[in-house]
Design a protein around this ligand. Structure first.
Ligand code: BES
Ligand code: ZN
Ligand code: ZN
Length: 491
């Protein structure tokens, strides 16, 4: 992890200097020799974007230049993150351990500087614990000008990055190291360290509650299921009714008897990315002591095969008594989520948001570039979309017409678990909707939760998609509520 420190005076000896410029920058301000100044001027004048390593009297200077015409836009923030990532790459190549960053204060808004540092920090992540010779990160300390970014925000940033790294680890861990039981243990340890609470319902309790969806998916497995309840309820919470986050925790999805063919099974250790993101969001909220009451629910199991496993044509009874005719055991996410959505009712939630790597159909729409959204709460879907643009985890709303629900009618039970060939992401959403009677938003993260190729500040594997999104959304809710209360107090 990078340590962000404020003030240059504390910077020790072996510090490299980085200067971040944009096209408005005045090179003369930096007192360089003519040769260096000329090179830098040329870079800025040519509106080039990139990183330059210079030597001035044998002192190494690294210059990052970001030129973008869309200053003040969300794209500009993303460009800043990408610049930060590019800078980190150069810094690692140059094997710098400590750097000073100049120029951010003069040339960029606070949130642009924040995005730049965020891009740097996010891009430092690696998952190399199973390598015999893991590479170490060189960069440890980054000194910033005083006053460029609020100290609290820097600490918050570090905690958010920690949470994303935690989530990436969970997603990248194979199921032989991270099954449902291990997930619950990890969550319990994390909760103790960070200050939220965890309750884990074991198989016995899940049976007693008759969570038929979770039990059915688990039938083919040697590892028992767990139902995880995370609570972050600070005394100074600005909301009375909780926001409930529900995450799909399928620790590995073989498809069950509707088995995934050939290449489709690879990467399915990541089918718990929604659950991991819920846990990571609670971690970030607790670390930063965000005054918002949030509950996380993660039904966890793998989806495997044994003589006892669920088969096609089975009829199962869900937690709320709904009967479901299983027509495809690979549509298991909706079965485990349905029970969790029913469980959420007891909390009288102000809103429920679920995150799930639910359908290949959603990823066919978004690719790795975004998240598919459905739901019944327009205002919150709009704010979520705003946050999505801000953190660059973009959301696209899918059609949610009632006809999709008609495809789920069964001749012999209340519902089937699959519809026709088309509109798979919306049909899956409609299946979930059956189990809700509250304000609700469904996020299908199948496309963005894991990626095949590293790019920018993202690494191949888990992306921790959803954590920065939900954190930003909740943080803005806190600010909104505080504003409203102020107005009320004045009146
Ligand atoms: N976990 C998969 C969805 C998925 C696919 C996630 C690709 C990430 C990448 C889910 O459980 C699944 O298999 N869904 C089926 C549903 C179908 C049987 C209606 C699918 O999308 O094919
Ligand atoms: Zn599946
Ligand atoms: Zn799945």
């Amino acid at each position: 992890m990078i340590d962000f420190l404020q003030g240059f005076s504390d910077a020790s000896e072996n510090v490299d200097e980085v200067i971040v410029l944009n096209h408005n920058s005045n090179i003369d301000d930096y007192g360089f020799t003519r040769g260096t100044a000329k090179k830098m001027d040329a870079l800025v004048a040519n509106k080039e974007t990139g990183i330059l390593v210079l030597y001035e009297e044998s002192k190494r200077i690294i210059v990052a230049v970001r030129i973008n015409d869309e200053i003040g836009s969300f794209d500009y923030l993303e460009a800043m993150r990408l610049s930060g990532a590019e800078l980190l790459k150069t810094i690692e190549e140059e094997a710098c351990g400590k750097i000073i960053i100049r120029g951010l204060k003069e040339h960029f808004l606070e949130e642009e500087a924040f995005a730049f540092l965020e891009g740097m920090a996010l891009s430092q992540y690696r998952f190399e614990k199973y390598k015999n010779a893991p590479k170490e990160n060189f960069l440890k300390e980054v000194y910033l000008e005083e006053g460029i970014i609020d100290r609290g925000k820097l600490i918050a940033l570090t905690n958010i990055i920690k949470a994303t790294a935690f989530v990436k680890d969970l997603v990248n861990e194979p199921v032989n190291f991270m099954d449902a039981v291990k997930f619950s243990e990890t969550a319990q340890n994390l909760a103790k360290e960070t200050g939220f609470t965890t309750e884990v319902l074991t198989k016995e309790k899940i049976r007693e509650l008759k969570m038929g969806g979770l039990l059915a998916v688990n039938r083919g497995s040697e590892t028992p299921p767990t139902f995880n309840i995370f609570t972050w309820k600070p005394d100074n919470a600005v909301n009375d009714q909780p926001l409930v986050l529900v995450g799909k925790g399928v620790m590995f999805d073989t498809g069950g008897y509707s088995i995934k063919i050939s290449g489709n099974m690879s990467g399915m250790k990541g089918d718990m990315a929604g659950g991991a993101a819920v846990l990571g969001t609670l971690m970030a909220l607790a670390l930063n002591k965000v005054p918002y009451y949030v509950i996380g629910l993660v039904p966890a199991t793998d989806n495997k095969i044994s003589p006892n496993a669920l088969v096609v044509d089975d009829v199962i009874t869900m937690y709320d008594g709904t009967t479901v005719e299983v027509q495809n055991t690979d549509a298991e996410g909706r079965l485990v989520l349905a029970d969790a959505l029913v469980y959420a009712k007891q909390f009288n939630p102000e809103l429920v948001i679920d995150l799930a790597t639910l359908t290949g159909a959603a990823s066919a729409i978004t690719g790795p570039y975004g998240i598919a959204m459905m739901g019944n709460n327009k205002p919150d879907m709009d704010s979520l979309q705003q946050s999505g643009e801000f953190v660059f985890e973009r959301l696209i709303e899918l059609p949610f017409w009632k006809e999709f629900a008609e495809l789920l009618k069964s001749d012999i039970a209340d519902l089937k678990n699959v519809g026709g060939k088309l509109g798979g992401a919306s049909v899956a959403g409609k299946f979930l909707e059956h189990f809700t009677d509250y304000s609700w938003i469904h996020l299908d993260i199948a496309g963005a939760a894991t990626i095949d190729k590293s790019s920018g500040y993202k690494q191949a594997g888990g992306t921790a998609c959803g954590v920065r999104l939900l954190y930003d959304y909740i943080e803005k809710k806190v600010v909104d509520k505080a504003k409203k209360t102020q107005v009320r107090d004045i009146i």
